[in-house]
Design a protein around this ligand. Structure first.
Ligand SMILES: Nc1ncnc2c1ncn2[C@@H]1O[C@H](COP(=O)(O)OP(=O)(O)O)[C@@H](O)[C@H]1O
Ligand SMILES: [Mg+2]
Length: 434
């Protein structure tokens, strides 16, 4: 997939800017606060209908203007050309148009045009809260599977209703028996979310581990584990007969409509999730919120070390604290707490490359790659590896930096754009910038 052309009007610090892109690798060079990240943000927004850094949509509108307009011309092969337009008024919803036709739902937009962005904020994947990692997984899966975002939206809707009801019951304004109906819906949509998360997470894990191994020259290994109060990481592969689910029969789970028609895999997840939901009902009622479910899940990132006779006390001993009691040979450190900044950056990069490979593998399309300020994030070796991988994939790649020097040696004939105060100039590209 290639972005041939982009238009930005009143987007961030851009007033009116049109650029044609003619080469697969585009270097965007400029000083601080000139508009480099904003240009990548516009491309990312066109592909995902989401900004990677704005907390409120209105931040994207140029100060004192009434709305922004973005347009991109994307090409998949030589004939398949699509025009994408996004507009937002100060007090209005986003409007997204594909080939001039209004798209009503974000779930229909997302997944048609893929983008992967690596920026200094990507470090929050390792260092940030569980919600960052859930967001990463959710956005990745949404780009691959159009049904996923719908299941997630339905799950979130039901979750909101259930939480409302929990508060009402706590205030004795409603009856606890009313929860059963919401629990069935929560199990149904939550199960779809969990299964897809586990499926994609396990594939992502394989890619990330391989990338990490290559990035560190084999000197370090990571372990990734899906962390959930409802389902074990290996739910999809292990046999449920071996697991401890004797207290399985609850009023929700014996409903034949919910369980009997399901495949083994769905059946397993429904049972696990059902048991945990049921077990947490008292606590949910006390807290007035739902404490288990995919909205609380996370994945654990650990650095693996060789077995040591007496591990230092700050090491995480996997055998002692693994809630599922799996025996492991190695000791692991939680990357979020103990990894150095450099190790954390490498893990974030390994995850992002895994995201890219997985999108490519599962959709058959190359996502657009956006690398924001990588030279401030990674050393020369890692940049070399990253750019080598990207050029091997021939994915269209936009790279921002304050200085082209550390990058040009690694790149094969990039086009170089200069950004100064939201004005873009180049000797290699056609620019119409007013
Ligand atoms: N909504 C907005 N309207 C006008 N200017 C903005 C808006 N949002 C951000 N800016 C400014 O745009 C400039 C460019 O930001 P950015 O693209 O992040 O720069 P950089 O080149 O360092 O990546 C900054 O000076 C920032 O303050
Ligand atoms: Mg920037």
């Amino acid at each position: 997939m290639l972005l041939d052309h982009i238009v930005l009007r009143n987007f961030r610090n851009y007033t009116d800017c049109e650029i044609n892109f003619t080469k697969p690798v585009i270097l965007i060079i400029g000083g601080n606060a000139q508009g480099k990240t904003s240009l990548l943000e516009a491309i990312y927004f066109l592909c995902t209908a989401e900004s990677h850094r704005a907390t409120h949509d209105a931040e994207l509108i140029r100060h004192h203007e009434s709305g922004f307009y973005l347009k991109g011309i994307l090409r998949n092969g030589s004939d398949d050309v699509t025009s994408l337009e996004a507009t937002k008024r100060v007090r209005g919803q986003f409007k997204l148009k594909k080939n001039g036709v209004l798209q009503t739902k974000r779930s229909e937009w997302i997944g048609q045009f893929n983008a992967v962005l690596f920026s200094p904020e990507s470090l929050t994947l390792v260092k940030g809260s569980p919600s960052e990692r859930r967001r990463f997984l959710d956005l990745l899966i949404s780009q691959i599977d159009t049904e996923y975002l719908k299941s997630l939206q339905e799950y979130n809707f039901v979750l909101k209703q259930r939480n409302e009801l929990l508060k009402q019951i706590r205030a004795t304004l409603a009856n606890p028996a009313q929860l059963d109906a919401w629990d069935k819906l929560l199990l149904m949509h939550g199960t779809a979310v969990i299964i897809k998360r586990l499926e994609i997470f396990h594939q992502l894990r394989n890619h990330a581990i391989q990338n990490h191994h290559k990035l560190t020259g084999g000197s370090e290994n990571i372990a990734l584990t899906y962390r959930s109060a409802s389902v074990p990481d290996d739910t999809l592969t292990h046999n449920i007969e071996n697991s401890n689910l004797e207290n399985f029969s609850t009023n929700i789970l014996t409903d034949p409509a919910l369980v009997s028609q399901k495949t083994t895999c769905e059946d397993k997840v429904i049972k696990y999730f059902g048991v945990s939901l049921n077990g947490s009902r008292e606590a949910d009622l006390q807290r007035g919120t739902t404490l288990v479910g995919p909205h609380r899940d996370d994945f654990l990132i650990e650095l693996e070390n060789e077995p040591q006779p007496s591990p230092p006390h700050n090491y995480h001993d996997d055998r002692a604290s693994d809630p599922l009691g799996h025996e492991t040979e190695t000791f692991r450190e939680v990357a979020r707490s103990y990894g150095s900044q450099g190790q954390q950056r490498t893990i974030a990069l390994a995850l992002k490359l895994a995201e890219l490979e997985l999108i490519r593998h599962l959709t058959g399309r190359n996502p657009i790659v956006l690398l924001d300020d990588v030279t401030s994030e990674l050393d020369d070796n890692r940049i070399g590896y990253l750019l080598e991988v990207l050029q091997d994939l021939s994915a269209q790649t936009f790279i921002t930096a304050t200085d082209a020097e550390p990058l040009v040696n690694h790149l094969n004939q990039p086009s170089v754009l200069k950004v100064e105060n939201a004005q873009i100039s180049s000797t290699t590209e056609t620019i119409e910038n007013s």
